[in-house]
Design a protein around this ligand. Sequence first.
Ligand code: 5AD
Ligand code: SF4
Length: 470
Amino acid sequence: MHLPDYLEARTRDKRSYNRIHFQLDDSIEKKYTGKKYFVKTYGCQMNEHDSENICAMLEAMGFSPVDDYLDADLVLLNTCSIRENAHNKAFGMLGRLKHLKVQKKDLIIGLCGCMAQEKSVCDEILKDYKFVNFVLGTHNLYQLPEIIDKAVEEDKQQIEVFSREGDLVEGLPVIRANSCKAYVNIIYGCDKFCTYCIVPYTRGRERSRKKEDILEEVKELIKDGYKEVTLLGQNVNAYGKDLYEDYNMGDLLEDIAKLDIPRIRFMTSHPWDFTDKMIEVIGKYPNIMPSVHLPVQSGSSRILKLMGRRYTRESYLELFHKIKDTVPGVCISTDIIVGFPGEEEEDFLETMSLVEECQFDNAFTFIFSQREGTPACKLKDNTTLKEKEDRLQRLNEVVNRIFLEKNKQLEGKVLKVLVEGTSEKKDMYFGYSETNKLINFTSEKDLLCGDIVSVEITSAKTWSLDGKCV
Ligand code: 5AD
Ligand code: SF4
């Protein structure tokens, strides 16, 4: 058994790490043929992509997928710790699984992802969730097949969570959820330690993949017919810093843009480290999509300082306008937290005025959630839940009004759309524009997933656009 420890998790040093290649033990390959699995994913794109690796490892062991967890022999929760509600959802699901296991004694239940890295979660599972067969941390996900096999063979709860990042694993098998768009990890972990955020503890130190490995993966995706790659990292701008003297995110973006892939996206960018080279490269290459996610978190410099964000309102705005001025037609989206400890009404009004100035194309808005072990958890919370909810509602009213206004400006315009499929009723296709707007549209000719077509926008809604293929 290995239990996580936050004190260890927060240490950062220049310890070297090995790059290892994933290999499935022959004795486990196809051993579980006939058994069914169900993976429930919570949280961000990183987790979604980890689940693509998880599914492939399970299928290599012989498991096959089912759509309903009630039909599964193995249920794995790939969890998220970012806010309390993600945490509560996973525990709610564990409650349902407990009941299921009363009827299905051989059901294998596992928990992995960020929550597994929290000591309090592991302690709770050891104490009150004895029916959970295994817990596996983010740093040793590649050990999933052997941990499942051990849990089954020994019929004993396995808790295998390392506090610190270990080897960087290449060659994990993958079953991609989408046949024309693919996620590609470029950097793991985060060293920014924003005071509210649990990610640096659950995902460890910043570790970049080698540029050769990334470029090779993108070339393979092109060969397999993928039309879009999204480069993933908790903070992609830090790419390369731990590996190279003079090769960073701008250089990587440029090298990928020179490959024959129609669409490149990346997320998430911290405003810190967003270099002029990056902006210049995004503006220069038409296959780097003019869409940037640039979390601001707050419009008040005083709160940004308490959040440990390393920029001020003014420097954020300077960067924002530089990107807008350099990249033609760029759309910028953001993340905002309200009710951070110490946030007064006047700080919140600064967030509101920044939102009016930036006119974001999309914004994910959250109420501050205390995460145990983070510095912000110790700060005095000065607002009631009602005040926080009130701020969130006022903020959402403004951002939603802006989304609709911006979408209305697109009516009558023709946008390039990457076709992803048909809507549930099958009477419309859907896909995303270059600026990442969801578009539902009709077409007289049959289209395939992966086609890039021109769509005239006929009507705008807050969260999507309707159109017709021209
Ligand atoms: N409370 C609320 N929101 C948070 N985020 C990260 N940590 C917290 C927290 N403790 C938000 C930030 C981040 C996004 C992924 O989640 O806005 O950018
Ligand atoms: Fe969390 Fe800040 Fe790192 Fe983003 S940059 S993952 S908000 S610590």
